[in-house]
Design a protein around this ligand. Structure first.
Ligand SMILES: C=C(O[C@@H]1C=C(C(=O)O)C=C[C@H]1O)C(=O)O
Length: 364
């Protein structure tokens, strides 16, 4: 008899479970529709006031035997998984799920991400007109289309060379114009962005500033291409969110840059996270470059590392080149001299990893 009653009650519970499941699913469907409206309106997903309102109401209606605390706990769990659903469906602007088409960022007419890998090269720091003149001529001879050069240097020590600032940017622009190259330089303060875009074709947000959110918002408010470097200890997800900060302000001209992360390994300056490249290509629609200079800090392995980067799908590599690295004001050890740069370029061309020189020289 008691056995029968037990079975009966359990059958009843099974039915209630089915009803609860169906109600929860119906609720989840509504939650998702609310999520869509929130996304379209740019609203936050979490709404603590709305949750409190519902909890207060439920507690008021609580017929027992569950305690008010238990009811609050149960429903808080439902709200939490509901929020999870809304987060999941919220597609980031930079996310691959938005489009299967790869974004091509045009920097003064030079395409990054169009399937033709590029080499971005130049000195760590802009130092003197003579140094820049030599670099400009060398890069042009090597078919480089985008030149880098630092004018605002975020250095570890305040006593190290901090860069020439605006005069450095002016020098960079002049040499870029003279030798027909687009120029990119790092900006470290949101206050300098407006000034900088008079001189540079692409703004770099450096590794140390990847989560300088005010800077991200400032460059996001321009329509100038942005080269966003991964932070020293940033996860791939954090890099993607940093890119989203820029995109959310309306600027989707973003090029991501893997530049090595901090690990316990001492053989290289940083540890190149090579897997970040295909992951970023898979998770976002943005072009990805690899800075082989900063990731390795070693000239002797720059060529194989650059080949590896291109082999896993990078849209290009960045390298530092200086007429005489031994007297460079920053990063003296890791910059290539011209002879080293020439053999680096020759090796990449011979292995058909970058377009050959003629194709570039005759591009016009
Ligand atoms: C469903 C919403 O989104 C979230 C989830 C809630 C819920 O599951 O009831 C309530 C508030 C929000 O934190 C909403 O805003 O209404």
């Amino acid at each position: 008899m008691a056995e029968d009653r037990l079975r009966e009650l359990r059958n009843e519970l099974d039915e209630i479970n089915d009803d609860l499941l169906s109600l929860l699913s119906k609720r989840a469907d509504i939650v998702q529709r609310i999520g869509q409206i929130k996304q379209a309106r740019g609203m936050l997903t979490f709404d603590p006031e709305r949750e409190k309102e519902q909890l207060d109401h439920l507690v008021q209606q609580n017929p027992g035997p569950f305690s008010d605390g238990a009811i609050r706990h149960l429903f808080k769990q439902i709200f939490q998984v509901s929020l999870g659903l809304q987060e999941e469906q919220r597609k980031l602007l930079v996310s691959r799920s938005r489009t299967t088409v790869d974004t091509v960022v045009s920097v003064k007419g030079i395409e990054i991400g169009g399937g033709k890998p590029i080499v971005v090269a130049g000195p760590c720091s802009v130092e003197t007109p003579e140094q820049m003149e030599k670099v400009g001529a060398e890069l042009q001879a090597q078919g480089i289309l985008v030149m880098r050069g630092g004018a605002f240097k975020p250095r570890t020590s305040p006593y190290d060379f901090q860069g020439l600032g605006e005069p450095g940017l002016r020098m960079l622009k002049q040499i870029g114009q003279k030798y027909g190259m687009a120029v990119v330089s790092e900006i470290v303060s949101p206050n300098d962005v407006e000034m900088a875009i008079q001189y540079v074709d692409m703004i770099q947000v450096g590794a140390r500033n990847m989560q300088n959110f005010e800077l991200l918002k400032a460059v996001g408010s321009t329509r100038v291409p942005v080269l966003l470097k991964r932070g020293l200890s940033a996860t791939i997800e954090e890099l993607i969110y940093a890119a989203e900060y820029i995109a959310s302000r309306g600027n989707e001209k973003i090029v991501l840059c893997e530049r090595g992360i901090r690990t316990y390994e001492k053989a290289t300056r940083n540890t190149l996270d090579i897997s970040a490249v295909p992951i970023l290509k898979q998770e976002t629609h943005l072009p990805v470059l690899v800075d082989v200079t900063h990731s390795t800090g070693r000239k002797d392995i720059m060529t194989p590392v650059a080949k590896a980067a291109l082999a896993v799908g990078a849209d290009g590599v960045m390298v530092e080149v200086h007429p005489d690295p031994t007297v460079a004001l920053s990063d003296a050890k890791q910059q290539m001299n011209f002879a080293e740069f020439e053999s680096f370029m020759a090796e990449l061309r011979q292995s058909h990893m970058i377009p050959d020189l003629e194709a570039i020289v005759n591009r016009g």
